[in-house]
Design a binder for this molecule. Structure first.
Ligand SMILES: Nc1ncnc2c1ncn2[C@@H]1O[C@H](COP(=O)(O)OP(=O)(O)O)[C@@H](O)[C@H]1O
Ligand SMILES: O=P(O)(O)O[C@H]1O[C@H](CO)[C@@H](O[C@H]2O[C@H](CO)[C@@H](O)[C@H](O)[C@H]2O)[C@H](O)[C@H]1O
Length: 480
């Protein structure tokens, strides 16, 4: 077997999964919670259990490589039912093993192992290392099956591509191969159909040019369940994401409404293709009530977790009640599959000025079943409206409400042009979704980026006092 050929883990006493995990345990307890993609921040890790271990490069070579699925045990906070056992989140880890790390891999260090089968070796985050990243691409190219790991592809993959890890902050980890492909490796993995592959595949079948079509993907089969582990897609060359472009424009005092309008059109095109590709449903009173119940529960949980939200809870709740009232009067809405976590950072503008939407994972904190539910398109529209507001508060200078107002209006106008429906004609729905999103953002920022908390909190203050007539405006942004 060549150094590059992956193989299933040898479950010997020396390198078997449980022994391997035991020797990594103390290092992972310290390293895992520090990772940006670690979802359980703020709760101590009390232990790990092994879901699956696969040896991709044998330990006896200069470089060993393990693919691990590891469950991190963390007690639940009291608000989420503390004391009740919780299985813990499952993470995908690619662990490199060397005698010593070359200086170029210093940022990848996990630690030095003192006991067990790896005693005396150094373990590290293997994605920083080109060789392990090549091994994954080779397995995709070869449509390999290695232990429970399954590598599949829709198209040929060239073999001369040099990998580099994306070091920007993100919820998962990505490797770019020769500016031709980008592989996203999911970090917190879940059993079941994952929209991050499901939706781009459906859009590719529809021939929708707004979303890079999946070239290949990897998954793990564990106890009759399938976990999506990663998706390879064409790399949009010379692309800038909408967030960066918006901040640049703001810094120079430039108007962004032409881009916002184009983004509105791109979003509507994706929605139209999704509605063709996958079932749509009508939401009547009962379904809307359960939607509102979900929003209410999220508000209550958020107010427990983030005290600064509490004074605004009644005002925020009124946005949800207004939606329930409309439904009780007999109003219905169409629901379909949507992006689920759309914001400026999920929009890429290519060198030629074309917009693409990426990252169909949905809100990572939500269960897959919830993320895959049909929803009104207002859900994504609200995400983008919030994002313009975020940008207007984040460019370094004073908040720029007029800039946000122009972008929000232009986005809705663009959406109406390509989608045949102007989101502003349903202000109650839009306000409810914007409120739900702002609450999500408060929790997200409190957990991941406390310095950013004032941004969604300022929206919360506005949304809590908005009347129905002001819905969809925000930050002085009159989108009507
Ligand atoms: N097809 C692509 N072409 C170019 N860059 C991409 C592509 N897909 C993702 N990226 C870059 O990688 C980053 C992370 O991708 P994303 O799917 O949003 O991962 P995450 O869920 O970890 O945020 C994006 O913000 C973008 O900069
Ligand atoms: O990592 P993801 O891109 O899947 O999304 C998560 O992180 C986002 C931040 O990186 C977060 O987005 C929020 O901040 C953005 C600015 O950084 C802003 O444009 C968005 O409107 C705002 O929601 C997103 O909510 C979260 O799920």
């Amino acid at each position: 077997m060549s150094e590059a050929t992956p193989q299933a883990v040898t479950r010997s006493a020396a390198t078997g999964g449980p022994g391997l995990l035991a020797s990594l345990d103390p290092l992972l307890r310290e390293w895992l919670p520090r990772q940006r993609w670690f979802a359980g921040k703020g709760r101590p890790v009390t232990g790990f259990s092994l879901v699956a271990a696969t040896e991709l490069l044998p330990l006896d070579a200069k470089l060993g490589l393990y693919h691990l699925l590891v469950r991190a045990h963390q007690p639940l906070p009291p608000v989420q039912g503390g004391g009740v056992p919780h299985p813990g989140d499952c993470y995908q880890l690619l662990i490199g093993v060397r005698e010593a790390l070359p200086p170029r891999l210093a940022p990848a260090l996990i630690g030095h192992v003192h006991e067990g089968p790896l005693a005396g070796r150094t373990v590290y985050e293997a994605l920083y290392d080109p060789r392990p990243a090549e091994v994954i691409l080779e397995a995709l190219r070869a449509q390999a099956r290695v232990g429970g790991l399954r590598f599949e592809r829709r198209e040929e993959i060239r073999s001369d591509l040099v990998p580099r890890l994306v070091t920007a902050e993100q919820s998962n980890s990505s490797v770019i191969y020769g500016d031709a492909f980008i592989l996203k490796l999911l970090r917190r993995v879940l059993p079941g159909v994952n929209p991050d592959l499901e939706l781009p595949l459906a859009l590719a079948r529809e021939g929708c040019p707004r979303v890079p079509p999946p070239t290949a993907w990897m998954s793990a089969e564990v106890a009759d369940e399938s976990y999506l582990l990663g998706v390879l897609q064409p790399f949009v060359q010379g692309a800038t994401d909408g967030w960066e472009l918006a901040l640049r424009g703001l810094a120079k005092g430039e108007d962004f409404s032409a881009e916002a309008r184009a983004l509105g059109r791109a979003t509507a095109e994706v929605h139209t293709a999704l509605a063709r590709a996958l079932p749509t449903v009508t939401l009547a009173h009962l379904q809307v009530q359960s939607l509102v119940d979900g929003m209410t529960e999220r508000l209550q949980a958020a107010a427990q977790a983030v005290p600064a939200l509490r004074p605004y809870a009644p005002g925020l709740q009124s946005a949800f009640d207004a939606l329930a009232d409309l439904a009780a009067e007999g109003h219905t809405w169409t629901a379909q599959r949507v992006h689920g976590d759309l914001h400026l950072g999920q929009c890429l503008r290519s060198a030629s000025g074309q917009w693409s939407l990426i990252d169909f994972e949905g809100e990572p904190a939500k269960p897959l079943a919830e993320r895959r539910m049909a929803q009104p398109v207002a859900r994504d529209v609200a995400g983008m409206l919030r994002s313009f507001d975020y940008a207007a508060h984040s460019a370094g200078g004073p908040p720029a409400p007029a800039w946000a107002a122009a972008c929000r209006a232009a986005f809705c106008a663009g959406y109406a042009e390509a989608g045949g429906h102007d989101p502003r004609t349903d202000p109650v729905l839009l306000r409810a979704y914007e409120t739900d999103k702002a609450i999500y953002e408060v929790v997200y920022e409190a957990r991941h980026r406390p310095d950013w908390l004032p941004v969604p909190l300022s929206a919360v203050r506005r949304l809590a006092t908005d009347t129905e007539a002001d819905a969809g405006a925000g930050a002085g942004a009159d989108v009507r």
